[in-house]
Design a protein around this ligand. Structure first.
Ligand SMILES: C[S@@+](CC[C@H](N)C(=O)[O-])C[C@H]1O[C@@H](n2cnc3c(N)ncnc32)[C@H](O)[C@@H]1O
Length: 245
């Protein structure tokens, strides 16, 4: 029986089922871990993916990154955020990151994005880069979206990017947790989680997203005015932009 398991796993991953493939562990396989700490990935993040994702997003002064992994994205965010917190669910990854970035101002917290150990309204922005598909079920992904909204200040922004399901993406995830996110329905899921102005845009093999937490009006609105307003600095937009390649 034992010998059939890898075959079954490959069959599961290659199946074109409902897009929800699960397993208990690990969240991220060896290959993926290796890629996520490589110089090549750093250059791609720095030169292309973070500028593409955060092009029109102002993060504000207190940023939470969920799923930093080895922390290449965290290091790049240091230039953009006055205060930065990184929330990582894997114990070893959180410990390693805390040690590696010990001399910096980053606060590394061990915990689950679907049950965040933070007060309501703590952050000006929440970001998540290529981590959503590592959350084992669609229900837990939705829980994560709701948590991201909860810990944002009114008007705060939620932004990130993730991969789009493909055979190559499935193969990279052999023996880890892989629950791909459908960009075509992700905007609705963001809105169901309580976000406004959800914007989801595809690049090659990836999609980026941004949305903001509703900001209640403080002054009496003019007749016919929108009862929500944009938060300071948080300006998600779906205007045409350069594509990620
Ligand atoms: C593929 S790595 C991405 C690392 C980094 N963001 C990057 O783009 O290079 C995904 C990370 O998300 C973490 N992760 C997955 N689910 C999580 C959750 N529910 N809460 C916090 N971190 C999570 C994984 O442990 C892993 O370290």
């Amino acid at each position: 029986m034992q010998s059939l398991r890898p075959v079954r796993r490959v069959a599961e991953l290659l199946s074109l089922g409902d897009g929800e493939v699960q397993r208990a562990q690990p969240l991220v396989n060896w290959f993926h871990r290796h890629v996520c700490r490589s110089g090549r990935w750093r250059r791609r993040l720095e030169g292309e993916l973070l500028p593409w994702t955060l092009q029109r997003v102002e993060l504000g002064d207190d940023v939470l990154e969920v799923g930093p992994g080895p922390g290449l994205t965290t290091e790049l965010l240091l230039n953009r955020a006055k205060r930065l917190t990184a929330l990582e669910v894997e114990t070893n990854a959180a410990t390693a990151l805390r040690q590696r970035l010990g001399g910096s101002t980053v606060r590394v917290v061990h915990g689950d994005g679907a049950a965040m150990p933070f007060e309501d309204g703590s952050f000006s922005a929440v970001v998540a880069f290529t981590m959503l598909h590592h959350i084992p079920t669609l229900a837990l992904q939705d829980q994560f979206l709701a948590e991201a909204r909860r810990v944002l200040r009114p008007g705060g922004v939620f932004a990130g990017f993730d991969g789009v399901d493909s055979l190559a993406f499935r193969l990279i995830h052999l023996s880890d947790t892989y629950t791909p996110v459908d960009p075509d329905t992700f905007g609705q899921r963001l809105e169901a989680a309580g976000f406004a102005g959800a914007c989801v845009e595809r690049g090659r093999g990836r999609f980026r997203f941004c949305a903001r937490r509703h900001s209640p009006i403080v002054a009496e609105p003019a007749a016919g005015a929108n009862h929500e307003e944009r938060g300071p600095g948080a300006v998600p937009t779906c205007e045409p932009q350069a594509r990620s390649s």
